[in-house]
Design a protein around this ligand. Structure first.
Ligand code: HEM
Length: 159
């Protein structure tokens, strides 16, 4: 595996991550607007929620899910290049910075799963989350992204 392949995959990985993060930062805002329609007069409430729910569904299905899949595919591809192409073996995954990165991406993927579950509940009208909840948790993905990015750029070690 040449270094050029690695550079290309790394660039595609970063692009996929940008789209994934953008979507995950915007979706909770649509959930907040949705929750804040409660108590508004009809037919305004139904019309607004109908529109918001179309946007929520499209954002998750068209942007967030495919970009997460692409980020994983390119990320795992780079791991395989490290393990086999660069001959670092599976011990590569245990390097402190790589292990930190993996924890961060598993947490991010879990948050993605939570947002996807909430989409189903919101669309079914059974979500109990408030607009305040979505505004307060909106920055969580960005905080985890700081860990995911800095672990790979700094490549910190224990020694
Ligand atoms: C989805 C699962 C992911 C996997 C399996 C993964 C794996 C990897 C690997 C193996 C590298 C190459 C590291 C190197 O050799 O320098 C890398 C680079 C990178 N990753 Fe990820 N990653 C994932 C998700 C993410 C996420 C969520 C972010 C940001 C929020 C991110 C940001 C980056 C950046 C910025 C680089 C380039 C670092 C550099 O050029 O030095 N990755 N990733």
């Amino acid at each position: 595996m040449s270094f050029e392949t690695f550079s290309l995959v790394r660039g595609l990985h970063i692009l996929a991550v940008i789209a994934w993060m953008a979507g995950m930062l915007f979706l909770p805002r649509l959930y907040a607007y949705d929750a804040e329609q409660a108590g508004k007069p009809e037919p305004l409430r139904s019309e607004m929620q109908g529109l918001l729910r179309i946007w929520q569904r499209r954002l998750l299905k068209i942007i967030i899910n495919p970009s997460m899949t692409a980020a994983w595919v390119f990320g795992v591809w780079m791991i395989l290049i490290h393990v086999y192409g660069f001959g670092q073996g599976w011990g590569f995954l245990l390097l402190p910075w790589m292990a930190t990165k993996l924890v961060a991406v598993f947490v991010l993927s879990g948050w993605h799963g939570f947002l996807a579950g909430e989409l189903k509940r919101i669309q079914a009208g059974t979500s109990v989350r408030s607009g305040r909840f979505w505004r307060m948790t909106n920055e969580i993905p960005f905080l985890i992204a700081i860990v995911a990015v800095l672990s790979v750029t700094v490549e910190w070690t224990l020694g």
